[in-house]
Design a protein. Sequence first.
Length: 368
Amino acid sequence: MIILKSQRDALLLPLQSVSGIVEKRHTLPILSNVLLEKKGDALTLIATDIEIQITTQSEQVGGDGDGAVTVAARKLQDILRSLPESSEITLDLEDKRLLVKAGRSRFSLQTLPADDFPRMVIAEGEEKTLAVTQKEFRYLIGKTQYAMAAQDVRYYLNGLMLMVDGQELRCVATDGHRLAYNSMAIEADLPRQEMILPRKTVLELNRLLTDSDEPLQITVGANQIRFAFGHTVLVSKLIDGKFPDYERVIPAQLDNHMTVNRQILHSAMSRVAILTNDKFRGVRVILDANVLKIVAANAEQEEAQEEIEVQYSGAPLDVGFNVTYLLDVFNNLSGDEIEWNFNDANSSALITVPGNDRFKYVVMPMRI
């Protein structure tokens, strides 16, 4: 029998940290469960989907006895969330059932043995460790993750490439139609190494990390990566594959340069996008001296056109793009201005932020 007493949030907050990776439907029922392990006044919670494992701790629990059990993560989370914030929660294990009690509320949940829970083996061996702040790393992945592929048969694109190289940490994502690149300086001096983080790992990190100067320790192994921050440790397998050579994708020489207010361009592009073809989402970007026209049309012969002032003195241009790829980058940048660089209507365009040489976004044109 486990008897655990805790304030609602001392149990709910760590549970929310780990349960994001729990799948609703799984071939192994125990993978829908969270492992609760109590020792003294500390409660450890672990969730896994075999590829990723998240462990976190709460040290604000009381009650008699130690022990471990697994219970449905989403059900327990929904129950706790539905109870008043000030609730005191009691968990009792009786005859393979976990009894959740709060005030006059009673819930009886099915459990599975803790011994059957498939913990990931933490690989030991040659490891590289680097320390950054949570804010820095969240910014790094936040500026690139939207360019990851979702369900591409080229499995290595369904993730984000992280590279350590000397005193620099680089981050690259691409789905074959666009590429986002961002980098930051690190205090370590490490040999060059590439690793591909699974899409789900990246999304979880973005959810769990905070915009704070709290430390984040990253430990890289041969086929595994570990992120430790606060009371939480996330371990993930790496994707085994060869990521495209991003340096060949980023254009080295571009002749035409446009500078424009990001918010004005974003608003205009969003309005024009309303009348794009649902399938192809194409817009025409027409450039002339200090003027940008954005035009869209659809199968119903409806048309949208926006005209905005820009800084541009290059050759006249008329080029098509998928508007979703443009809105993604505008949504994820924060500067007042962006620089949009072109060669011609058949070449990739490069979007950068003036004064920031660490961020680059490449987008392929499309025929409209």
